[in-house]
Design a protein around this ligand. Structure first.
Ligand code: HEM
Length: 231
C-alpha cells in the first residue's frame, strides 16, 4: 500500500472536521475581514490593545492563582503569606505579579483612551448606542476587578483602603440600601475573612466570566456595524 502524502492526510482531516462544523469558513470569516483605510490611524488600535492586556491579565492571573491562598484567618494570614511566597520564592513569581499589577494599571488607562477615541469620533451614536452601553458595563467590571484585586494581598494598605471603599459604597441613601450594599460587599459586620472570600470569588470567577461574555458581544456588534465612518 502506498504511503499517503502528509498534505493529503492534512486535507482529509480538515475535510472530516468541515463536514461536522464549517471550521474553515468560520476561520476565513474571522481572519479576512476587510478594514476601511481610515481605521489605520493609531487611535483605532486602542480597543485591540485593551483586548491584548485583558488576555495578559487572564494568563498572569491564572498563574498567580496556582499559589495564592484566599484565606484571611490567622495572623499572619495565608493570603498575605502566599503573596510573599509568590513574590520572593516562586520562580519568576515577582515578574508574573509585577506584570499583573502594571497590566491592571495600564488597562484602565487604555480603556479610558479607547473610550475617548470612540467619543471623539462620535462612534457612540446610532446604531452603536447599545455597544457603547456594553462598553460602559465592561468599564464598571474593570473597575470592579481593580477594587477586588486590591484587597487580595491582605496587607495593611489593602485592608484599610477596602474599608474606606466599602464605607463609600455603602453610603447612598436610603440607609437600608447603603446597609444592603455594605452587607453584600463585606459579608459581615467588619472587613474580615468573609470579605476576602467574596472579593476573591468576584475577582477570579464572576468578573472574568462576565468580561469574556461581554467582549464577545462587543466584537459581534463591531462586526455587525463595521467600524464607524469618521465624522
Ligand atoms: C473590555 C474592554 C473593551 C475592549 C476589549 C474593547 C475592544 C474594542 C475594539 C477592538 C474595537 C474596534 C475599534 C477600536 O479598537 O477602536 C472597539 C470598538 C468600540 N468600542 Fe470598545 N472595547 C472595550 C471597552 C469599551 C468601552 C468602555 C466603551 C465605551 C463605554 C466601548 C465602546 C466601543 C464602541 C461604541 C465601539 C465601536 C466604535 C466604532 O465603530 O468606531 N468599548 N472596542
Amino acid at each position: 500500500m502506498a504511503i499517503p502524502h502528509p498534505r493529503d492526510i492534512q486535507l482529509a482531516a480538515v475535510r472530516w472536521l468541515d463536514e461536522r462544523y464549517p471550521f474553515t469558513k468560520a476561520i476565513e470569516e474571522s481572519m479576512y475581514q476587510r478594514v476601511p483605510n481610515f481605521a489605520n490611524a493609531f487611535y483605532y488600535c486602542f480597543g485591540g490593545m485593551v483586548f491584548v492586556i485583558i488576555v495578559l491579565q487572564l494568563v498572569t492571573g491564572i498563574l498567580l492563582a496556582i499559589y495564592y491562598v484566599p484565606d484571611a484567618r490567622g495572623n499572619p494570614a495565608e493570603a498575605y503569606s502566599s503573596v510573599l511566597f509568590i513574590q520572593n520564592s516562586v520562580y519568576l513569581g515577582w515578574l508574573i505579579r509585577g506584570v499583573h499589577f502594571w497590566g491592571a494599571n495600564i488597562l484602565i488607562f487604555m480603556v479610558l483612551l479607547h473610550m475617548a477615541r470612540v467619543y471623539w469620533t462620535g462612534s457612540y451614536r446610532a446604531p452603536r448606542e447599545l455597544n457603547w452601553m456594553v462598553g460602559a458595563i465592561m468599564l464598571l467590571i474593570i473597575l470592579g476587578f481593580a477594587l477586588t484585586g486590591y484587597l487580595l494581598p491582605w496587607d495593611t494598605k489593602a485592608y484599610f483602603a477596602t474599608e474606606v471603599t466599602i464605607k463609600i459604597a455603602g453610603s447612598p441613601p436610603p440607609p437600608q440600601l447603603g446597609a444592603f450594599i455594605k452587607q453584600i460587599l463585606q459579608g459581615g459586620p467588619v472587613v474580615g475573612p468573609p470579605t476576602l472570600q467574596i472579593f476573591f470569588t468576584a475577582h477570579v470567577f464572576l468578573f472574568p466570566a462576565l468580561i469574556i461574555l461581554l467582549m464577545y458581544v462587543h466584537f459581534r456588534f463591531i462586526r455587525a456595524h463595521g467600524i464607524s465612518e469618521p465624522m
